[in-house]
Design a protein. Structure first.
Length: 128
């Protein structure tokens, strides 16, 4: 299926490249303990799409994975540099795309928010 929005991504070392054809409207910041440990951050930002919307451009032989116990998550990452890559849930229904590895120009400008102002979608908290 051809989608008007094409978002590309790659790992840090450049061995793995992919393209997602989706508007990435299904988006989640996850604060669970696993995501915090896996990313080394306070949260991860993932977009969700259907598995047929991702095209691997190169480097699939560089994949390595880890099945997270007691979950639907199979973490996939580049064996060279460790970058988290898009992964399909074990039930095959969704493809999670880590937004940190994506690069694309958005078709519409994003409104800039000043520090301390809550985001319009309500997902971000004000840190004091």
């Amino acid at each position: 299926m051809v989608h008007p929005n094409k978002i590309e991504g790659q790992c840090v070392c450049g061995a793995v490249r992919y393209r997602v054809q989706d508007d990435m409207a299904a988006f989640k910041l996850c604060y669970c303990n696993f995501c915090k440990k896996a990313s080394g951050s306070a949260h991860v930002a993932n977009a969700f799409t259907s598995p047929d919307r991702i095209e691997w451009l190169e480097g699939q032989e560089q994949f390595t994975s880890f099945d997270v116990p007691n979950s639907q998550v199979r973490r996939v990452f580049c064996r060279n540099c460790g970058t988290t890559l898009p992964f399909e849930t074990r039930n095959g229904k969704f493809q999670a795309v880590p937004l940190a590895a994506c690069h694309a120009r958005r078709p519409n400008p994003v409104k800039r928010l000043s520090a301390g102002r809550p985001a319009p979608h309500g997902m971000m908290r004000r840190w004091v």
